[in-house]
Write a new protein. Structure first.
Length: 263
């Protein structure tokens, strides 16, 4: 029976599961990391901590579950939404990532609504109002407050998609996480060129968008060596933590879907 690895890049730690095809859990492991708040209302993390936690937890579940690496059929990702990882042309992290709970971008939210012609017009474009936690105002904050860093910017990734990049070498995201950036045309399931134009953001800095179940890359030779896994394991799109949690709160019983959430 094949084995699948699920990796969740959380705010306080990364958790990895090794599961069989029938959904039974073979092993679970968590590795924690710090969160920094250099100013009131700021919330940042070092993306490298996520990657080191991924390596640690994948190795641990493989060992604890006595898993044969040749049985691993795929890797799925979930994680904290809205955070912004800024990379330069050498694919190096420019500054600590701004997280979902960072509150520094109120002025940038106002700027977005002003540039788009108001909140109603913005919602019609991307199905969301401008909120401080979202990704788009973080990009504008970098441009407004750290222009030297912005000038180096070549790629913006969400937290789980930074780990995907380290796993596969690909720049990719998927629709559930992308919908929380404030840059996705949710109806068309693609980046909103109209909004990007109004905000003067180069679409080239955004990754390719996949459906959640689509294969978005394969485990690279470099990552495979670090994780002690075979090269070429498929890595799927995955989901933002809220979307993944919604799926996890439902169980199929006959012809009905039954919510398992205690509420």
């Amino acid at each position: 029976m094949g084995i699948y690895l699920g990796i969740d890049i959380g705010t306080s730690g990364t958790k990895t599961l090794a599961i069989r095809e029938d959904g039974s859990i073979l092993a679970a492991a968590t590795a924690e990391y710090p969160l920094a708040s250099p100013h009131p209302g700021w919330s940042e993390q070092n993306p490298e901590d996520w990657w080191q936690a991924t390596i640690k937890t994948v190795r641990k579940v493989m060992a604890d579950g006595q898993c044969d690496k040749s049985d691993v059929r795929g890797i799925g990702l979930s994680g904290q939404m809205h955070g912004s990882v800024f990379l330069d042309k050498q694919q190096q992290v420019i500054r600590p990532a701004l997280l979902w709970n960072d509150q520094r971008t109120a002025a940038e939210c106002d700027e977005i609504e002003r540039r788009t012609g108001g909140r109603k017009r913005l919602i019609s474009m991307v199905a969301n109002p401008a909120l401080t936690g979202f990704t788009a105002p973080k990009i504008l904050w970098l441009r407004n407050h750290e222009p030297r860093h912005y000038d180096r910017l070549t790629q913006v990734l969400l937290p789980k998609d930074f780990v995907r990049h380290r796993l596969t070498g690909e720049f990719a995201t998927e629709v559930s996480d992308a919908s929380g950036t404030l840059l996705l045309d949710v109806k068309r399931r693609q980046w909103s060129q109209a909004l990007l134009n109004k905000l003067e953001i180069d679409p080239a800095v955004l990754p390719k968008v996949y459906e959640s179940e689509e294969v978005s890359g394969q485990l690279s030779q470099t990552a495979a060596k670090l994780l002690k896994l075979p090269v070429g394991i498929p890595v799927v799109g995955g989901g933002g933590d809220q979307a993944a949690g919604a799926v996890g709160n439902f169980s199929h019983h006959g012809d009905q879907w039954c919510c398992l959430c205690p509420q």
